[in-house]
Design a protein around this ligand. Sequence first.
Ligand SMILES: Cc1cc2nc3c(=O)[nH]c(=O)nc-3n(C[C@H](O)[C@H](O)[C@H](O)COP(=O)(O)OP(=O)(O)OC[C@H]3O[C@@H](n4cnc5c(N)ncnc54)[C@H](O)[C@@H]3O)c2cc1C
Length: 487
Amino acid sequence: MNRQGAPSTLLERLAARLGHAHVLTEPGDMAGSLVETRGLYKGSALGVVRPADVEEVAFVVRECAAAGVAIVPQGGNTGLVGGGVPYGGLVLSTVRLERIRALDRVNATMTVEAGCILQNIRAAASEADLLFPLSLPSEGSCRIGGNLATNAGGANVLRYGNARDLVLGLEVVLADGRIWNGLSGLRKDNTGYDLKNLFIGSEGTLGVITAAVLKLFPKPKTRAVGFVGCASVRAALDLFARLRQSDGDTLAAFEYIPRFGIEMVLKHGRAVTRPLAGEHHSYALLELSSPDPHAELRVRLEAVLGAALEDGLIEDATIGASESQNEALWRLRESLSEVQGFEGGSIKHDVSVPVSSVAAFIEEASAACEAAMPGIRVCAFGHVGDGNIHFNLSQPVGMDKQAYLAEWRRFNDIVHSIVARLHGSISAEHGIGLMKRDELPHYKDPVALDLMRTLKRALDPQNIMNPGKVIALGDDAPAALPMAKRA
Ligand SMILES: Cc1cc2nc3c(=O)[nH]c(=O)nc-3n(C[C@H](O)[C@H](O)[C@H](O)COP(=O)(O)OP(=O)(O)OC[C@H]3O[C@@H](n4cnc5c(N)ncnc54)[C@H](O)[C@@H]3O)c2cc1C
């Protein structure tokens, strides 16, 4: 306090406006906000602030700008690239921005605040007999502001697109504390630059997303879920092409799982059962869905898979006979992220290539990694219908975990150079954050990088918005952690 009794330090001024309960400075209270979900990154902060509305967010940002203090926006802190971890400055948590401001059934839109948990948004849409299609394994804890800031993907991208495709308007607090009200619900608006798409995918480096107008869709009333076994990745991709051609957008998901992935799930997963009697090189999970409650999707899927069996494209198949069987089939896919931890260290890559190159990528990258370290176990799985492969590498059995993880950079180079040759991306859906920041200049077009830096400097001239993430601008940027230090 100064002599007039007015708060003098930044934290005092913030506490006077937000309330002391929402300016956390005790180590125990801040702990969960300082570490990345898998423990790969750990940082520090002056405090964690929890504004309750957009005006309070703007106040926090204005005060930080005046004091030259960095701000790291944080939602559910489920990000996988270290983007939400602070290295000094303040964490601006969106947990109290939790209101659904409006739901317009005719316009099929929902206006939500950034801190709404994804699962709650999906439930609110469902109650209105509509669908918000973004769906991730972390949906019980991630928040829509984080989903938009990372342009999240998930299992429904095939039909509905990434988070970016599901937004009509945004409200953003800029780095100088001004509020941009871009909460448009328009599906057509050609009045200049598409500003919302600057902030979507910017990982908190350009401003704080405080609210969004989301697109809603007819709620599916019927679905058929199939699980197939086939002899190769190429056969699975040929089945995908066939289904896409015959069933168009009724095909809602097409997920690839290798034999090693299924083996891990059956060994370590909870409430899972073997889907097919025999063993196969490759597996695919696919879903047809429709808003028509009378659509005969199961019959349709039986016909397509029956023909694929006759043609020798697939080796075996099953179709869920009830909703609980459908869920059991999906559980096999959803358990994959979790079970890899039981097999020791896992070096992960979230990459994409054109769908036509997915089989070539998996074959080539698997061979290169197996040659580089005999005994390494490739688990390449994911949303292959979008060309997105989670190319994960489990350590050889019996190898020391730390020694294995110290090889992270070497395997990044092997995998990402093949991705680049096939005209792919080193980050399909998780973002750049800290993890891939120093690799980005090797793979991104230099003109694109220059434009990114120009935008960052224009929108955040003091470099206070999540500094050092995505692109490094100055000496003050925290370095991406050396892989050897990762546990
Ligand atoms: C088990 C598991 C499964 C996952 N599966 C998927 C998947 O299938 N697909 C996928 O895409 N991702 C997946 N993820 C990653 C993660 O869930 C997503 O990136 C999610 O969208 C992050 O949301 P969040 O609220 O947790 O964001 P956070 O982790 O809090 O933040 C992520 C980034 O966004 C910034 N940010 C957060 N909120 C805002 C805001 N309001 N304004 C501006 N910037 C902000 C942060 O600074 C940070 O850079 C998974 C994560 C886990 C743990």
